[in-house]
Each structure stands twice: as C-alpha cells, then as structure tokens.
Design a binder for this molecule. Structure first.
Ligand SMILES: Cc1cc2nc3c(=O)[nH]c(=O)nc-3n(C[C@H](O)[C@H](O)[C@H](O)COP(=O)(O)OP(=O)(O)OC[C@H]3O[C@@H](n4cnc5c(N)ncnc54)[C@H](O)[C@@H]3O)c2cc1C
Length: 354
C-alpha cells in the first residue's frame, strides 16, 4: 500500500484545478500527491462558460468570449448590453492538456485508477467523486449540446443567446442556448430544469434538430462535437470527515439557481491552497448562505410555477446587467440583490419562502 500527504479523488474539473493550483504555488515540492481518476484518456467532454467576474488560470483555454447577449420569450427578445464582465467559454480539452502538461513535470505526483493500492487514513483527501444515490425526484439542469458548422456564414458571433424560451415547455422549464464561436460555427444546447423522471424530455436529438432547422432556419450543417450532462440543482449529502474535504460539484460548488460551477471551483481551489498548511482547522468554504437561501426560494418557485419561469428570467435581466451578473456569480451586495428582487413577482416568492 502507498501513502501520500494529499489524495485527490477525481481528476476532473475540481481535482485538476486544485492539483494545478497546488503545483504552481509550490505546495507539492516537499509533499506527495496522488490523483485517482478512472478515465482512460482525456479529451474535450465539456464546454465551461461563465461571466469572468474574478481572475482564473485558464485564459489560454478560452474558445471565445462575448459582452452582449439576448434572452427570448415568445415573441419578445431582450438584448443585454454588458460592458463590465465578459462571458467566457473554455474548451475542457485544452484545460486538461494544459494542467496535465504542467503536473507531469512534478515527480511527487502519482496517478491511480482507483484507491485499491492507497492507504488513506493519514492523508488529506480532496473528494470530487459523485455520491451514488437515486436523485430522480430532485431538480436537475439536464441538457445536450451540438457544436455545428454551417456551409454559409449564418451566425452573428458578436452576441450570444443565453436563453430562448420560445419552445415547448412540457410543463417544465425549457430553453435553448446558442454560443456562436464563429460566423459558421456554434454550440447549440437544449436545456431543461426539471426532475429526471420524465424520459420524454430527453429526446434531445430531436429537439436540437427541430430547433436548428425550424427556428434557426439552418438546413445545411455538420456536427463537430457533442456534449450531454446533468447538473444537480441540490446539494450533495456527502459525509465530511476530519481528513476529507469535498470539492467540485460534490463539494457544493454549483450555484443552484443557475448550474454555474466552474468559477466557484477555481475560487475554492485558491482558498484551499492559501490555507493548505492548516487545512484541517480552517472554516469550510461556502458559496454563501445568502445565495443558498435565495436559491432555495427560487427553486421552490420553479417547482410550483414552472410556467412563470420564462417571464421571471426575462424580467430579471431587465435589472442593470452589472448587478444581475454579480448576483448570478455570487458577488452581489445588498443593493444589487434588491434590484434583482425588485424585478421578481413578490407575492409568489414570499409564498415560497417556506
Ligand atoms: C457537459 C457539462 C457542461 C457543463 N457546463 C458548465 C458551464 O458551462 N459552466 C459551469 O460553470 N459549469 C458547467 N458544468 C458544471 C460543472 O462545471 C462540471 O460538471 C464540472 O466538471 C464539475 O467538476 P467536478 O470536478 O466536480 O466533476 P468532474 O469534472 O465530473 O470530475 C469528477 C471526476 O471524477 C472521476 N470519477 C468519478 N467517480 C470515480 C471513481 N469511482 N473512480 C475514479 N474516478 C472517478 C470522473 O471520471 C471525473 O473525471 C457542466 C457540466 C457538464 C456535465
């Protein structure tokens, strides 16, 4: 059995972000690290997007960034002019490549497919393995995206579409999301906010084909890349032990009202590395109690009034863009919060506090 100072369970977004942050801050110079990851090879499997409200280490992995975006409901489009915080999209393939190249140079890091050969009792464990439980009845953000290439220049690549609700909602919350990487290349996603117990919502390929042909009026295209996923919109019930810290989605880094996780993972990694020498004694990192409280109400409204959600999202973006983006990125102050709350149907939200 082998023993290491640190063990990272899961070499995905959170595990590799933490390993990278440790390495570039020379925290594995006199320590040893094991990374446990089951995948055989790393390739692009996700496209991470977010408003760049804080700095991160991966500007060189960006596919594209935009300032302005649109949001649509039936027969209404609103264009949000945002100068402050660019919306960035990261290619996970480039992210994995960059980190693995850096970590390879450190002889104190070893890789394992499972924990069988490891003695874990005395190590500090950072866990990003998802907990296996049946969560069919919880809310998820589930989606499929296609990166398509068209024969003609069709897209306006200066502006992206955050949410197009002008589609069949099937008594849930459904929207399309389009990121134009170039005039002839875009990632188009069909996204649902719903439980995972209605398989009829998961005919993603048909939804995408119909949207591309009938709404975007694109007849001639090829598919270059596909991704599919489900982000839990509930907090994982992972056990916390003295020598185990949960990270990533398993560590509650997902903002429940939006599914955004990437930038929270980066902030969490920095917090862990800044406190690594006394890690067992520092306060656990949280996105913020305020957001936990507000998101819980938001998701209660979403569950009880899914039909009202397109209009609620639409109106929310009519608040000053800087305030909305700060709020959605957990960096808002009380004045920002109030300007968002002011845009909400107050009576429905009050009724859903409990
Ligand atoms: C397709 C997709 C797109 C997303 N897009 C965005 C986005 O645009 N913006 C955003 O902010 N968030 C996004 N997210 C949410 C979130 O950022 C990602 O899910 C992110 O990858 C979470 O990081 P993680 O490290 O917690 O999980 P992962 O990246 O999934 O890493 C967990 C790792 O653990 C490994 N593993 C699991 N179990 C075991 C085991 N038993 N043994 C060995 N290895 C194991 C897995 O192979 C995996 O590599 C997206 C999620 C998905 C699925």
């Amino acid at each position: 059995m082998k023993e290491f100072d640190y063990v990272i369970l899961g070499g995905g977004c959170a595990g590799l972000s933490l390993a990278y942050q440790l390495d570039i801050n020379n925290k594995i110079k006199n320590k040893t690290l094991a990374i446990v990851e089951m995948r055989e090879e790393y390739k692009r499997d996700k496209t991470w997007s977010f408003w760049k409200i804080t700095d991160h280490n991966f500007d060189d992995c960006i596919i594209k960034s935009w300032n302005n975006f649109t949001i649509n409901i039936k027969s209404e489009t609103y264009e949000v002019l945002n100068k402050e915080y660019p919306y960035q999209t990261i290619d996970s393939g480039l992210f994995y490549q960059k980190i693995l190249k850096q970590l390879k140079q450190n002889k104190n890091i070893e890789y394992f497919k499972n924990t069988n050969e490891l003695k874990l009792e005395n190590s500090i464990i950072f866990n990003s393995f998802p907990k296996k439980e049946n969560h069919e009845n919880e809310l998820w953000q589930h989606f499929k995206g296609l990166e398509i290439e068209t024969s003609k220049n069709i897209f306006d690549d200066e502006i992206f579409n955050l949410m197009d609700f002008d589609c069949d909602q099937k008594k849930n919350v459904h929207f399309f999301y389009t990121l134009p990487f170039a005039k002839n290349r875009a990632l188009i996603e069909t996204t649902w906010l719903s439980k995972m117990n209605d398989k009829s919502l998961e005919d993603y390929d048909i939804q995408l084909e119909t949207y591309i042909k009938d709404t975007l009026k694109i007849k001639d295209y090829k598919i270059n890349y596909e991704e599919e996923g489900a982000i839990p919109l509930f907090y994982p019930r992972n056990k916390v032990d003295k020598n185990k810290i949960n990270i990533g989605s398993s560590g509650g880094m997902t903002r429940l009202s939006t599914g955004y996780t990437f930038l929270n993972i980066q902030e969490h990694s920095k917090y862990l590395v800044n406190n690594i020498d006394q890690i067992q004694n520092v306060k656990p990192y949280h996105i913020g109690k305020k957001y936990e409280f507000l998101d819980k109400i938001f998701l209660n409204v979403l569950k009880s009034h899914p039909d009202k959600m397109p209009k609620i999202f639409f109106n929310m973006f009519k608040a000053p863009p800087k305030k909305v983006i700060k709020f959605l990125s957990n960096k808002s102050n009380i004045f920002d919060d109030l300007s968002i709350i002011f845009k909400m149907p107050k009576w429905i939200f009050v009724k859903n506090i409990f």
